[in-house]
Design a protein around this ligand. Structure first.
Ligand SMILES: Cc1cc2nc3c(=O)[nH]c(=O)nc-3n(C[C@H](O)[C@H](O)[C@H](O)COP(=O)(O)OP(=O)(O)OC[C@H]3O[C@@H](n4cnc5c(N)ncnc54)[C@H](O)[C@@H]3O)c2cc1C
Length: 550
């Protein structure tokens, strides 16, 4: 029998979601082991390019947002989204998104005035993951085993177990833990083992995708470069993402419904047509990244001590760039609930919060993404035949298409609703008061203190972000220093629930917060609010810690 490794939490998979979960658990004082098939430093696939504001808020809390912000595209490379007839052709419209050097100061754009200390960031996953990995490696209480594959997971009443293999030595690996989280991606073994199945639409669309090097492309552009450039013409539509801002690019050729194989379309022809370049254009394919757009969410996220998180639990077409970002939100949600249990203050029901809260949200995001993908498909199918014509009619067609492209796509590239609008409305860990949360769309949101919503952000009078002033655990925001909050503080202390009180004197907060007391959870969502403490403060504490109802 191999030696059994022991840890409080085992995370299977060191992708962005597993690393975020592990870092947050470690920060909460929980010992965590991460097991990953890949070599240390082995790059992931060149997939994700957008890190949401909400994810950046989470990374700020983990102390890694500055390192991420300073990585990726050159500091002055435009992060805009451009719509053109071809990548080197005429520009139809442009969604302005500040370059990272201007990200904190730019104003007046569609995503520049959001209520957050951390605006979105454009960085490819190949640059993001090494930064997360390096940070995780430095976290006390967090261990990472690379080149190790987990092949099976089981559990009994007291523990979860994992067995696998050290891929270099061939030695068997056996791990015992209190809780196990499968962050093992779309083909998740853990998902299968807990009997979860993906539900939804297996194929929304196919994309022939190519990562290539072409140092001459920047010099051929007729317009200012952009982070994403969409080509719309009757021959072939596609999207090109700048990866290093110099020579490397990722090109998505969206296949038509009747092109059912990735090779249904000649790759070289499609690349040249989308770019708008001739036979003399030189490029080198680095990898082929073909992918199927899906809309799938697992029918369960947990079986007792074992959970699934990120792509293991949901997969959808990357419209709005929100697959990883939703997984990072899963991690933030699950982390404090597991920590509460490990630390002993979480009640029996605290771990049921994760599935009750996150599954409906991921279902909602998946629907937004699919709806957007179908609307885009329609736009591609309806390209005016004269969009490249050098006459007045062509001019009109370009102006019209440019406006339509802007109007549709500003919702996905500046998706404020997905960042800030979602709310947990059927949670066993939230004390509701009967008011419905404001509805949200992909782009639209209304900050609200309705229990379940994200704690509305504002800047404190001393210039700090509210989120920098919130504790790691529960924070009772007191907007009236005259209220005696000791009964709630004592109730929390009695149950071992970490809670601190933060007095808010900022006038700006009073418009946003209609109640004099707002209780913010460890994941910056509202757990309760009121103008005075409830008569039974202990019952409230029991509700939010998953040990009763209030
Ligand atoms: C073209 C494209 C563009 C995208 N763009 C965006 C975007 O802009 N924004 C966004 O938010 N999302 C985007 N996504 C989605 C995003 O890439 C994924 O959601 C994200 O990678 C999921 O992270 P994860 O950690 O859950 O899983 P993964 O990144 O898949 O990581 C899983 C890890 O687990 C490891 N592993 C698997 N099985 C085992 C095992 N048995 N034992 C040990 N280790 C194991 C794997 O090696 C891997 O490292 C995009 C996806 C595609 C295809």
């Amino acid at each position: 029998m191999p030696e059994t490794l022991e840890t409080s939490v085992l995370v299977v998979g060191a992708g962005p979601v597993g690393l975020t979960l592990a870092m947050d658990l470690a920060r909460r004082g929980v010992s965590v082991l991460v097991v990953e098939i890949r070599h240390q430093g082995e790059a992931p696939n060149v997939k994700c390019n957008h890190v949401s504001a909400r994810s950046m808020e989470i990374f700020r809390r983990l102390g890694v947002s500055s390192a991420l912000r300073n990585s990726g595209l050159p500091a002055d490379y435009p992060n805009d989204v451009a719509y053109r007839t071809t990548v080197t052709g005429a520009e139809l419209s442009r969604i302005p998104i500040p370059a990272r050097q201007d990200r904190y100061t730019a104003r007046g754009g569609p995503d520049t005035d959001w209520p957050t200390a951390e605006p979105p960031h454009r960085i490819n996953q190949i640059y993001l993951e090494p930064v997360l990995f390096a940070h995780a490696q430095g976290c006390p209480g967090l261990r990472i085993l690379n080149r190790t594959r987990i092949d099976d997971v089981t559990q009994d009443d007291g523990h979860a177990f994992a067995t696998g293999i050290d891929l270099d030595s061939g030695a068997p690996v056996r791990i015992r833990c209190d809780y196990l989280v499968g962050c093992d991606g779309g083909r998740s073994m853990v998902r299968t083992r807990i009997g979860a199945t993906l539900q939804g639409t297996a194929v929304v669309g196919r994309v022939q995708s190519t990562y290539f090097r072409a140092p001459s492309l920047l010099g051929l552009l007729r317009h200012t470069p952009a982070w994403a450039t969409f080509a719309l013409n009757p021959r072939r539509c596609g999207n090109v993402y700048a990866i290093d801002g110099r020579a490397t690019w990722l090109l998505h050729n969206y296949l038509n419904a009747d092109e059912t194989e990735f090779d249904s379309v000649d790759r070289d022809w499609a690349i040249r047509t989308i770019l708008g370049v001739g036979a003399d254009f030189q490029y080198e394919i680095l990898t082929k990244e073909d992918w199927v757009g899906r809309r799938l969410v697992a029918d369960r996220f947990r079986d007792r001590r074992i959970f699934i998180c990120g792509d293991a639990a949901h997969l959808w077409i990357p419209m709005a760039g929100y697959g990883m970002n939703a997984g990072i939100a899963d991690a933030m949600n699950l982390s404090w609930q597991i920590a509460a249990r490990v630390k002993g203050w979480g009640g029996d029901a605290v771990l049921s919060g994760y599935e009750a809260e996150r599954q409906p949200i991921t279902e909602q995001v998946s629907q937004f993404a699919m709806k957007h993908a179908l609307a885009l498909q329609k736009q591609r199918e309806e390209v005016p035949a004269n969009i490249e014509a050098a006459d007045e009619e062509g001019e009109r067609a370009r102006a019209h298409a440019g406006q339509a492209l802007y109007d549709l796509n500003v919702n996905q590239y500046c998706c404020g609703g997905l960042n800030f609008g979602y709310f947990y409305d059927h949670s066993p860990l939230i004390a509701y008061d009967g008011e419905a949360a404001p509805s949200y769309s992909m782009a639209g949101f209304t900050p609200s203190t309705v229990p379940g919503c994200r704690t509305p952000h504002f800047w404190l009078e001393d210039g700090r972000s509210l989120y920098d002033a919130l504790g790691d655990d529960y924070t009772l925001l007191r907007l009236d220093r005259g209220i005696d909050t000791r009964a709630l503080e004592q109730a929390a202390q009695q149950r071992g629930v970490p809670l601190r009180v933060l007095d808010i004197d900022t006038p700006a907060a009073h418009g946003l917060y209609r109640h004099r007391l707002v209780l913010s959870r460890p994941d910056q969502h509202v757990a309760w609010r009121g103008d005075e403490l409830p008569a039974d403060a202990l019952a409230l504490v029991d509700r939010i810690r998953g040990a009763g109802s209030a």
